[in-house]
Design a protein around this ligand. Structure first.
Ligand SMILES: Cc1ncc(COP(=O)(O)O)c(C=O)c1O
Length: 404
């Protein structure tokens, strides 16, 4: 499905266009939301063709759960973004992660995971994977550290680059080469890059997972996920599990995802430009110890970002030189940053690093700066507001935070 004919900004506008009616030779510009619970066929031969396609792993649609044109258009969009062959939609990013891991793992298998992955993956591990008898080892994501944690039963390497919280860039080509030499399947969470500024499949990963909830949806009004793969056997395995779990996504939600994707490029570019303005401001503040944002030249992963990414986004974490109580006063004093999880929408958001998650993060310990405290790391999503207003808001909040 991946086309190399046009540049990505052009593909974002033209992928999944609505078909023209053959009789009137006209049709809508935007793909409508095709809501349906089942599919109607002109004759049994047409139904047989769809069944046969389904049996060979193609996108044969005989029932509404799979989704019609709207779903297909968004799946194509994900394939174009990620350079994949098949995409599977899920009701959330976490659901996309879980369907892929359930598709690839059997009882007795072992998973190696980067210690920088999105926190709730550990929840999936503690609940379902644990019950299935699939242990997960979290490790620093370098070939040496992973080698030390490798078991004969290891089947999957699960990565996320840049990592959640501290935006740790991973050397995906080196890690995927190491994993493939050992017969592992590499799954990468690409929510940060959303297929637009980072493409794990091209860097060697076998499956890329995206929370469309973030930049693809882009308007903080949608929960959706997708998993994209190239290899036909992997696609078959994911497809079977996806079907067996009964995952489906409402056509209206898919429609929102498709609409969001049309403006993915300009939104990500603008969020990234605004984030750089905020980095410049923060780097001049005495309260700031370190900025974690791979596009920022002082970020530890900047060289890898320059090598592997074509852009950035609005997400950053900031380690502050203050105690947890002052950090909380600072966050409470912000007026333009909503206090809340998530990111990738049009608006700015802030959260405070959670002690448990950071403590589990060996990267944090490796930074080796004793002034870094896990209750004084804030995560900012820089949205589409005028960065001058965001800077004024941060400035007044820094001042208020001084008052005990
Ligand atoms: C990196 C990453 N992956 C996956 C998810 C899960 O997405 P969802 O909230 O749609 O389940 C998130 C959500 O914050 C995320 O940040």
């Amino acid at each position: 499905m991946h086309s190399s004919r046009n540049h990505i900004d052009t593909l974002l506008q033209h992928t999944g266009a609505a078909q023209l009616d053959p009789e009137t030779e006209s049709g809508p510009v935007a793909m409508p939301s095709m809501r349906t619970s089942t599919v109607r066929f002109a004759n049994l031969a047409a139904l047989d063709r769809a069944q046969r396609a389904k049996m060979t792993g193609e996108r044969g649609v005989t029932y509404g759960r799979v989704g019609l044109q709207t779903h297909e258009a968004f799946e194509q969009m994900l394939c174009e973004l990620e350079g994949g062959e098949r995409a599977f939609l899920a009701p959330s990013g976490l659901a996309a992660i879980s369907v892929v891991l359930l598709a690839l793992l059997n009882s007795g298998d072992h998973v190696l995971a980067a210690d920088s992955v999105y926190g709730p993956v550990r929840y999936l591990d503690k609940t379902i994977l644990g019950r299935m008898g699939v242990p997960v080892t979290y490790s620093r994501a370098t070939p040496d550290a992973l080698q030390a944690a490798l078991l004969p039963e290891t089947r999957v390497l699960y990565l996320e680059s840049p990592g959640s919280l501290l935006m740790e860039m991973l050397d995906l080509p080196a890690l995927t080469a190491w994993a493939h030499e050992r017969g592992l399947v590499v799954v990468a969470d690409n929510t940060w890059g959303s297929g637009y500024v980072y493409r794990p499949l091209e860097l060697g990963a076998d499956v890329s997972v995206i929370a469309a909830t973030k930049y693809l949806g882009g308007h903080s009004d949608l929960m959706m996920g997708g998993a994209v793969a190239r290899d036909s056997d992997l696609c078959r395995r994911i497809g079977e599990t996806h079907y067996a779990l009964g995952y489906t996504v409402s056509a209206d939600d898919v429609w929102l995802g498709l609409r969001g994707a049309r403006t993915l490029g300009i939104r990500m570019r603008q969020c990234a430009a605004n984030a750089m303005r905020i980095c410049e401001f923060l780097s001049g503040r005495p309260e700031v110890l370190q900025i974690f944002h791979p596009a920022w030249p002082d970020d530890p992963g900047h060289a890898l970002w320059q090598r592997d990414c074509t852009g950035s986004n609005g997400l950053m974490s900031v380690a502050l030189d203050m105690d947890g109580a002052r950090t909380r006063r600072l966050v409470d004093a912000l007026t333009l940053f909503g206090i809340g999880y998530s990111w990738g929408g049009y608006e700015s958001l802030v959260t405070v690093g959670d002690t448990g998650a950071l403590a589990a993060h060996s990267y944090w310990a490796r930074l080796g700066d004793e002034r870094l405290r896990d209750d004084s790391v804030i995560r900012l999503h820089i949205g589409l507001e005028d960065p001058r207003d965001l800077i004024a808001d941060l400035t007044q909040a820094f001042e208020i935070s001084r008052e005990e």
